[in-house]
Design a protein around this ligand. Sequence first.
Ligand SMILES: [Zn+2]
Length: 267
Amino acid sequence: MTARIWQATIAALLPALTVVGLARAAAPDTDPLSSYVTSISAQLDPRVAQTLVQLVGTDRQLLALRSYLWSAPHLADRWSWTQEQIEAFEGSPEQRDLQQEIDRVRTAFVAANPGFELYVNSQVRSLDVQIEHWNSNESVKAAAREILAAAQALILAPGFPTNRPEQAREALKAFLSGYKPVPKPTIAAPGLSLHGQMRAIDFQVHQGGRVVAGPSAASIATDWVAAGWAAKLDAAVREASNRFVGPQATPPAPWHYTYVPEATAGD
Ligand SMILES: [Zn+2]
């Protein structure tokens, strides 16, 4: 091929390349909220940005970012354990103490409700699992849609400082920090679940391996309230242990109790 043919080929390709180039340059403008999410998260603990990129859609990212801003002062203490920390917990005296408290509750429950048993998943809920839940949970999906619509309205409002990136970022931050999600998500933003440090326990009622009352919001009215398992579980928890606080009231989760280890009680 001669140099002239090459030049002709390149010239023929140029318009196409230009179109691709423009499309790339225009991409951030099509989703300004996404670039604000990136710039706000860059100001927070690095684990926030690493987690946000794994959340599907700017809407779910905004909803999680709201939680991270809200918990910013406690983020380091609260952040879910790494695989290394999970392994260190396994077989530790802390794990033994927790298991002992759970066993007490189970024994009390079985004594009061013959034929039924209490099941507890004693696995720490890893960050990966929390991310998966955030990407698939229905309450998160609904709340994410709402916060996206509200954030879009904010940045399109006449007074929004679109042309001053720092002010725009701060305005969105202030909005997110004060925003109350509707509906309230039934799970914590990835990294912030108390299950990620084994500071929360979900009890389930089983009978012969079958779930009688499980951790699902749709079953609260029937299985937990009408069938009475919420009250029966709570009675067993209170009778057997003083290390569990709960159950979670908002959003309602009659199976979910916070665990307060002896070492931190009275903090
Ligand atoms: Zn829970």
